[in-house]
Every structure is written in C-alpha cells, then in structure tokens.
Write a protein that binds this ligand. Structure first.
Ligand code: SF4
Ligand code: SF4
Ligand code: SF4
Length: 362
C-alpha cells in the first residue's frame, strides 16, 4: 500500500481556477473517491477561504493561500505545504513524489474523460470549456467560438507552446488548464514578456536557472520592446532556454523555457522585426508607436498645440497641423484634445501626411 496520496486542488493559474471549480462542484464525490484510495495518509490541498468542510476522518484538508498560483499548480510544492513551510516546488528527486506517494488531480479522482480548460484572450466565449484531451487546436478554436481573426493559441503550463494557423490540424494531447487565443492586435513579443513576467513573479527563486535564467530573458525581451534589442539576443535567449530546461529544479522553469522557444520557432519574424525594422506590426509596443494628424480630418483649430509639452505639433489656425516625429515623445496626450479625431497612433502602417503645415481646405 502506498503511504501518502495527495489531491492537489490548487489552481495552476489565477485566471484559470479549474481544479478549485471542479472541486467546489463535486465536493462530496471527490472526498469519497479520495477516502477509497488505498493509502495510509490522505491529503486534500485546497485554496484558502470560502470553503465549508465537514472534516471527514482519514482525510487531512489543508487550506492554503494561492498567491503563488503557478508554483502551487506544481504538484511538488505540496510537500512543503504539507510540512507547513513555504510552498516551494520540488526538487526532481523529492522523496514525497517517490513510489511511496502519489499526487492526483481532481479530474483524475472524478475519472473525467474530458479536460476542463479556461479559455482567455480574443474570444467572446471567455471562460471554462470542457474539451476532449485529443482535440486538435482547430477543434478547440471552433469550440471557443473564434471565427476569422486568429493569429495564435497559447497552451499554458505545463505545455508552454504556441500554435499558429498552419498547425491547427496537428494532433496533440491537451494537458494544460489554460489556453489563450491571440489575434492580429496582439504582439507576440509583448505577450511573451508578460508571460515571462508572470512566471518571474510566481517562481519560488529556489534554483539559479529557473530564477536567473528567466530574469535574463525578461531583460532581453524588455530591451527589444524599448528598441534596444540586438539580433544576437535571440540566440542568447535560446541558449538560456536550453540551460533552463536542463537545470531548473522543477517543471515551472521548463515550461517557461518551452514557451520562449516555441515563440521564437513560430513567430520569429514578428519578434525580429522589432529589432531589425524597429516596428511592432500589432501596434502594441509603446516605443514603436508614432502619432500622426490625418490631413483629411484636421480643421486647423489649433486646440492640440497647447496640449503638447514637447512642442511637437506644428501649425497655426486654419492650417493642417503636423506632428514633428523627431520631437514627439509618444506620450499620446494630444489624442483626446482633438474633437475631430484627426490624431491617431500608428504601428507599422503609417498614414500619408504632409511634411509641413499647409493651408486647410475646411
Ligand atoms: S524552476 Fe526553479 S525558481 Fe522556478 S519555480 Fe521551479 S524551483 Fe523555483
Ligand atoms: S489635429 Fe485636431 S485639434 Fe489639432 S488642429 Fe487639427 S483638428 Fe484641431
Ligand atoms: S504624442 Fe505627446 S509628444 Fe507627441 S505630439 Fe502628441 S502630445 Fe506631443
């Protein structure tokens, strides 16, 4: 008989509390199933607060904070939780994850055929969906109600992969609780940086490669969004990912390394454009945005000039105004000052504008 069985009902992602939701809807069933498991000691780890339990004999329920959702989703953090310590993920040789113990998910205890997943991002059907584990990405996209405007799907921890349009029919096994759908208004570099930031905040800092590796990757990604990136940084990131996959103490470090590698494999040209062409085609990275006055809409009222603290708006009354790109700091303050909606921000595609103010025909 195994010594210990642990049911981990902590969310992998804050945004996707799949396990706690399943548990809340099936409390009695889960406890019954856990009590039937042949083990000497049984644990159920649940998020703190909002739970009313009749504490059954033979089962220890541990309520814990899910501030570190990502690392809590890591089965191995459980040993520390059970011991009343800081919930750091496991060392790969952790004895509690050995043959004498077993960690199960709520889904496994309920013998769920389908996988509950939280779908986020650019879909109207944001929220929980029950999906077949062997669905193709294309089937998942259809189930999420997305038609047309699609660029990528991100499959979160522990998968850490991106799917692009050409990969929608490829078979795969769904193991994550979290999928995000991206369209042309999402910048892959920005998304990657936010994902790395989230990992950076939630990682336990226990191992050098998981902690320092992602710190370096975040610095390189940040430089790219600030027009300071170098093309050699892309290879450097791949080297860091390689080391992280080999040396991180837990699967959290591996899955963020997979995420970076996958983005570079499938969306390299978009990321590269930030470095080589100083352009963010999605129009997301602030440093790459430029501001322009549309000549057809400008009435020459001169209202915007007073707003610009950089004196970047050229023109006088009854003249079509022009933004001096060398002087504009990209603060965006002028946009709301124009009642004609003549001031716009632009990404890779810039409107045609006169170089100097010209008399207004309005
Ligand atoms: S990879 Fe290392 S730093 Fe990151 S969560 Fe795991 S043990 Fe902690
Ligand atoms: S851009 Fe707008 S606020 Fe500025 S002069 Fe033209 S119409 Fe007026
Ligand atoms: S974006 Fe800011 S700096 Fe540029 S023209 Fe508008 S107000 Fe001036």
């Amino acid at each position: 008989m195994m010594d210990v069985i642990i049911c981990n009902a902590m969310p992998v992602y804050h945004e996707a509390p799949v396990s706690p939701t399943l548990l809340k809807d099936n409390k009695e069933k889960v406890m019954e199933a856990l009590l039937k498991e042949p083990a000497n000691i049984r644990y159920l780890i649940v998020p703190k607060g909002g739970w009313i339990w009749d504490k059954p004999e033979g089962l220890t329920i541990i309520e814990t904070s899910h501030k570190s959702g990502f690392t809590y989703g890591n089965d191995s953090a459980l040993k520390k939780v059970i011991e009343g310590e800081k919930p750091i993920p496991f060392c790969r040789n952790d004895e509690l994850i050995s043959h004498e113990s077993r960690v199960v998910t709520v889904e496994e205890l309920l013998h769920e055929e389908r996988k509950s997943v939280y779908i986020g991002g650019k879909t109207e059907k944001k929220g929980f969906l029950d999906l077949d584990r062997n669905m193709t990405p294309g089937d998942i996209l259809a189930a999420s109600g997305v038609e047309g405007d699609f660029k990528a799907m991100y499959f979160g921890h522990p998968m850490g992969i991106f799917i692009n349009e050409s990969m929608l029919d490829q078979p795969m096994e769904l193991t994550t609780d979290y999928i995000e759908i991206l369209n042309e208004t999402d910048c892959m570099l920005d998304f990657l940086l936010k994902t790395a930031d989230r990992y950076g905040k939630e990682a336990c800092g226990r191992c050098v490669f998981g902690h320092e590796g992602v710190f370096q990757i975040r610095m390189l990604l940040t430089d790219m969004t600030l027009k300071k990136g170098k093309i050699s940084d892309l290879d450097l990131m791949l080297e860091l990912c390689h080391e992280m996959k080999g040396q991180s103490l837990c699967e959290a470090g591996v899955s963020i390394a997979n995420t970076v590698e996958s983005a570079l494999e499938h969306f390299k040209s978009e990321i590269e454009e930030h470095i080589t062409r100083k352009s963010c085609k999605a129009g997301v990275c602030q440093k790459f945005l430029t501001f322009h006055i549309l000549p057809d809409l400008c009435t020459g009222c001169n209202e915007c000039s007073d707003v610009c603290e950089d004196d970047a708006i050229l023109g006088k009354k009854k003249f079509i105004h022009v933004i001096d790109q060398d002087e504009c700091s990209g603060c965006g303050d002028c946009i709301d000052s124009c009642e004609e909606k003549a001031i716009i921000r632009a990404g890779a595609v810039k409107p045609k504008c006169p170089k100097k103010p010209i008399p207004c025909k309005h």
